[in-house]
Design a protein around this ligand. Structure first.
Ligand code: FAD
Length: 498
């Protein structure tokens, strides 16, 4: 029994059900081999059996580099760099377990089937183990591979509770978060959270593998430490020091009040089960007590699951479709110059601009700001949420179709359990409320150095000529009150019954 572990967005050795199963599958042949050794028989034939059985019980691992597909899916260069660095870490960890990792370069998903079939044939591997993925292209890829007769065992571990396992009384997927979360907690609390340890070595250690290069457009991600230990350390530190106050501090971008583990979850350095286990180690009542200080963070983990379950239940979400079909009638303005100004942080609304510059400079953006900038693009500028979703994906280190699509459609009001179309974030009061000291704005808008905070908050920033050092700031791209009225009028096509 030779097995193949196909790594995807599950780049870890601990708590990886697919890897554990691949090792178990190979070991099963070692068990039959040790049994046969105990049986009295001819010594030399036993030896030949030792050899053939040992090689029959090997595990190999692959990762497919698919640059054309990454481009089509707008995977950010910073995320690709993060993936590459993590692949190098796991390649060397796997080598210690006697498992070689091959990175195979193909252009797109369509090519994988044939290449994989040849690979399995060459290494005489009879079974492939991998994590399932919720996106439709990825699901189609797996269906095609299975249709080719390749035995592919998939493990639903990108969520703690598998997609479609949390259903309402009619057996359907929930369309509102709160009852989904309630049911999710009810199911989750029935069992102790268990996570798997790193598998034991399967064979003698291999030589240190050579450096992996994904040969694609990358952007340095060194600000984010790779490796499972670093990820766990970050998670534990957050649980120990910050989770208790998360509800109070999570909305202030100048404070590091959130965990910043999204990048690790997005490529699977951490599993959702590990996150839940760590949360419960510090706040054991988070699943059962509404007032537990761990509850607020737990809900964010459940939001992540909600959006992934939705992606599986409603495949159109993976294909640019509005969740709310009435949104198909929206007449987006889609002004390219205004879109460009938004991308570059030149809207004249300091919180929006500082946020976009945080995204452009660091590859990450605070959640409150993702909501503010997404609302601004879709409601103030009436630009299709898909433009913003795409731009975010191209920049984010934690880019993830489910959460990104969910967040964008929530903000635009087109999504499942979304912010209603008539609620338009006020980027001026959001700024006063969530960056009261101006610390965040000043960090990313150095041209506002020396400008009185009250003027910044009131959007009464001196015009270009009055600012010093040839640095200028922009006048607001659109008047807030005007934009709000326009948005409500244009987006009212989503009114129920319209
Ligand atoms: P914490 O606040 O510590 O939360 C813990 C974890 O819960 C996060 O790491 C994340 O996995 C999950 N989570 C938190 N909030 C949400 C949420 N609203 N929806 C789904 N999962 C959530 N998150 C991504 O991981 N990838 C994306 O591409 C992405 N795009 C977004 C786009 C928009 C327009 C919006 C409004 C939100 C988006 N989010 C996305 C959700 C959220 O902003 C990030 O998960 C969060 O900011 C990551 O920071 P953190 O790890 O410190 O989160």
């Amino acid at each position: 029994n030779n097995s193949l572990m196909w790594f995807r967005q599950d780049l870890r050795l601990q708590d990886n059900q697919a890897l554990a199963a691949a090792c178990e599958h190979a070991r099963r042949s070692s068990v039959s081999f040790s049994k046969s050794l105990n049986e009295p028989s001819n010594a030399s034939s036993d030896l030949s059996q030792v050899h053939s059985q040992q090689s029959a019980g090997s595990v190999r691992a692959v990762y497919f580099a698919v640059p054309k597909q990454w481009q089509a899916h707008d995977v950010a260069p910073i995320q690709l760099d993060f993936i590459e660095r993590q692949l190098n870490v796991i390649a060397s960890e796997l080598a210690k377990l006697g498992i070689p990792l091959d990175v195979i370069h193909v252009a797109s998903f369509e090519e994988i089937g044939d290449v994989l079939a040849q690979y399995l044939d060459y290494w005489q591997i009879n079974k492939v183990f991998a994590s399932s993925e919720p996106e439709s292209n990825e699901r189609l890829r797996d269906e095609n591979i299975a249709a080719q007769g390749i035995e592919l065992a998939l493990f639903d571990q990108h969520c703690y509770l598998a997609p479609l396992s949390v259903r309402n009384l009619s057996g359907d997927m929930y369309k509102v978060f709160t009852p989904f979360a309630k049911k999710w907690r009810e199911i989750a609390k029935q069992n102790q959270v268990e996570t798997l340890a790193k598998p034991a070595a399967i064979a003698a250690p291999l030589a240190q593998p050579s450096e992996i290069n994904l040969r694609c457009n990358k952007r340095c991600s060194n600000e984010w430490q790779v490796g499972e230990e670093a990820a766990h350390q970050k998670l534990r530190q957050f649980a120990k020091d910050k989770m208790h106050d998360y509800q109070a501090s999570r909305d202030f971008p100048a404070i590091e009040g959130t965990s910043r583990i999204s990048a690790y979850l997005a490529i699977g350095i951490l599993s959702p089960a590990q996150c839940l286990q760590t949360l419960l180690a510090y706040f054991p009542d988070a699943l059962v007590n509404d007032d537990s200080p761990g509850r607020c963070w737990l809900n964010e983990i459940i939001w992540r699951e909600f959006y992934r379950h939705l992606l599986v239940a409603f495949p159109r979400l993976s294909k640019n479709g509005n969740f709310n079909l009435l949104a198909n009638n929206i007449d987006w303005r889609n002004n390219p110059q205004e879109f460009q100004a938004w991308c570059e942080g030149r809207t004249g609304y300091p919180l929006v601009d500082a946020a976009m510059r945080q995204l452009n400079q660091t590859g990450w953006m605070h959640n409150r700001l993702r909501m503010v900038t997404a609302s601004f693009l879709t409601k103030h500028l009436l630009i299709d949420w898909r433009w913003g979703e795409r731009y975010f994906k191209q920049k984010l280190i934690d880019g993830d179709l489910a959460a990104n699509n969910g967040g964008w459609q929530w903000s635009a009001g087109t999504g499942c359990d979304a912010q209603p179309y008539f609620r338009v974030f006020n980027p001026i009061s959001q700024c006063e409320k969530f960056d009261p000291t101006g610390a965040f704005i000043r960090k990313y808008l150095p041209e506002l150095d020396g400008v009185d905070l009250k003027l910044i908050h009131k959007l009464k920033i001196p015009n270009q000529a009055q600012l010093f050092d040839n640095e200028c700031y922009f006048s607001p791209i659109v008047d807030h009150k005007f934009a709000r009225t326009r948005a409500i009028s244009q987006l009212s096509v989503m009114k129920r019954g319209s």
